[in-house]
Ligand binder design. Structure first.
Ligand SMILES: [Zn+2]
Length: 277
């Protein structure tokens, strides 16, 4: 599955002092049962209108219809609260201590927390689109608290009782908390999204491994472009062609591997650290 020239590269790379950067997206979590935004399930009806995730998960919509946005978030990510890391996550978590903090960074677009659940550290994991593990005050008091674990499961059409909404109230000012995620109409910043840290990791990377992401959002593309402009190799892993895989192929930036990340990443790990195959 891993081409001969890539096998040699991976073994040499691991034994060098060069830095690896992983960039992961929805594809890696799909293998843990978390839907990507592409399915019909992502659509939501408010009044007589159908909205896409990119229209619902916005600051604008949250301001207009905070509870409706919360219901969409809860419906959409219910399964994320109980999903388990898959072999792809586990490989990335095992590689972090093997490379060490100086040589390993992980940037993820996923808000499900599965990389951290698998064992990657907060210090080396930049959750650029935020996390479902926390909620923050939607007003100005800046409270960030853990997601209420005692909140029930609600799906489309369920009524959420008032006492449940109270669990989503700010402990400081009693206003409704919001998901601690980056809405589609918001800008990245360092405190919430590790924007500068992620870009620094891209500047310093000697190898970028892109896993299960299509290149649709701005910061992931900027990271990719930074590594490309530095003439560093890129490995793109995805089920099907994406902007990233096509750019790697057209510009001969490295290697494209099509298939499940839960199968390809264990192969990469074996080759890299020379396990018995
Ligand atoms: Zn507050």
């Amino acid at each position: 599955m891993i081409p001969q020239d890539l096998q040699q590269f991976l073994q040499d790379f691991y034994r060098s002092d060069q830095k690896i950067l992983f960039l992961t997206g929805a594809g890696i979590s799909a293998e843990s049962g978390i839907p990507t935004f592409r399915g019909d399930d992502g659509y939501w009806t408010i009044g007589s209108q159908n909205y896409t995730p990119m229209q619902i998960a916005t600051q604008w919509m949250f301001h207009q219809y905070p509870r409706k946005v919360w219901r969409w978030v809860l419906h959409y990510f219910n399964n994320a609260r109980h999903a388990q890391p898959n072999p792809g996550h586990e490989v990335i978590s095992r590689l972090e201590p093997l490379f060490g903090s100086e040589r390993f960074k992980l940037v993820t677009q996923n808000v499900d927390g599965l990389h951290l659940a698998a064992g990657n550290t907060h210090d080396n994991t930049y959750t650029i689109h935020g996390t479902l593990a926390q909620v923050r005050c939607s007003h100005s008091c800046d409270q960030i608290v853990p997601f209420p674990t005692d909140l029930g499961h609600y799906t489309k059409g369920d009524i959420m009782p008032e006492e449940e909404w109270e669990k989503l109230a700010c402990p400081e000012c009693d206003e409704l908390m919001r998901p601690h995620v980056l809405f589609f109409d918001e800008y990245y910043n360092e405190p919430y999204n590790k924007y500068e840290s992620a870009l620094r990791a891209a500047f310093e990377a000697d190898l970028l491994v892109v896993v299960g992401t299509t290149g649709a959002t701005s910061l992931p593309w900027l990271i990719f472009e930074t590594v490309m402009n530095n003439d560093k190799p890129i490995i793109a892993i995805n089920l099907e062609p994406t902007t990233f895989t096509q750019t790697v192929e057209v510009n001969e930036l490295g290697w494209v591997l099509f298939g499940k990340s839960g199968e390809i990443l264990p192969e990469i790990e074996k080759v890299m650290i020379n396990y018995e195959l």
